[in-house]
Design a protein around this ligand. Structure first.
Ligand SMILES: C[S@@+](CC[C@H](N)C(=O)[O-])C[C@H]1O[C@@H](n2cnc3c(N)ncnc32)[C@H](O)[C@@H]1O
Length: 219
């Protein structure tokens, strides 16, 4: 399935976004060559913008892989700020440590190996910004684990709400929301839409960059 963003829009996103540094360029190449599913540069730029808008000093990620998404945010954090990366694959997390050290951002990163949802239980928050990018059948669980730890004005971003590689696209999410037949993954994403929209403490909007971000702000 093609990325749901029209090619020209994706190219314009890149013209508008901050320039990646050499480390982020290399992470981009690593993802492309290995086929690793990162949030990509367009969602990455919006993730960083969200950190700027919330003046974020505390960020939590559910599912960090080799640190690509977290690296987008790192330059927007103060040097005494903190981003918690979570990943159950130790090799991915080792790569993240190395990239962060090379970029000079390891002072503000905490690398947590293991299950992200178990990990968040050990943190009190408050978080200014959260990325939900773990396995899709546990997006709702991730939101429920973190929602009470999000600062007022803080933002929860969930990735892959329009598409996920070859698995599903926007039509399948619509079908799932309408109760029609759709791949299981699209149903998991639809469950997430319904969960955040029903939450009186959050207001949500779809940001159609990359494979789609659902942005939920804590009221
Ligand atoms: C889609 S990738 C995205 C990684 C990263 N956010 C990025 O954009 O570069 C998701 C990653 O989350 C990890 N993951 C999925 N569920 C997880 C969980 N419950 N706890 C820890 N890691 C998880 C996977 O191993 C994978 O590396």
């Amino acid at each position: 399935m093609a990325n749901p963003m029209p090619e020209a829009v994706a190219r314009l996103c890149r013209r508008a976004a901050p320039e990646p540094d050499d480390v982020l360029d290399e992470m981009e190449t690593t993802a492309r060559e290995s086929g690793f599913p990162t949030i990509g540069p367009d969602a990455g730029a919006f993730y960083r913008l969200s950190a700027r808008l919330t003046a974020a000093s505390s960020v939590f990620e559910f599912g960090s892989g080799f640190g690509y998404s977290a690296y987008w945010v790192a330059p927007a954090l103060p040097s005494d700020g903190q981003i918690v990366l979570t990943e159950h694959d130790p090799d991915e997390l080792d790569m993240a440590r190395e990239f962060f050290a090379r970029g000079g951002y390891d002072d503000r990163a905490v690398f947590e190996e293991g299950d992200a949802i178990e990990t968040v239980e050990r943190y009190d928050g408050p978080f200014d910004l959260v990325l939900v990018d773990n396995e899709d059948d546990r997006y709702v669980e991730a939101f429920e684990a973190v929602r009470g730890k999000v600062a007022p004005g803080g933002i929860v971003l969930a990735d892959n709400v329009l598409a996920a590689g070859e698995q599903f696209g926007p039509d399948a999410v619509l079908d799932a929301l309408d109760g029609d037949e759709a791949p299981a993954t699209a149903h998991h994403i639809a469950d997430y839409y319904e969960r955040v929209r029903a939450d009186p403490d959050f207001e949500t909007a779809l940001v159609p960059v990359g494979e789609g971000l659902l942005a939920s702000v804590r009221l």
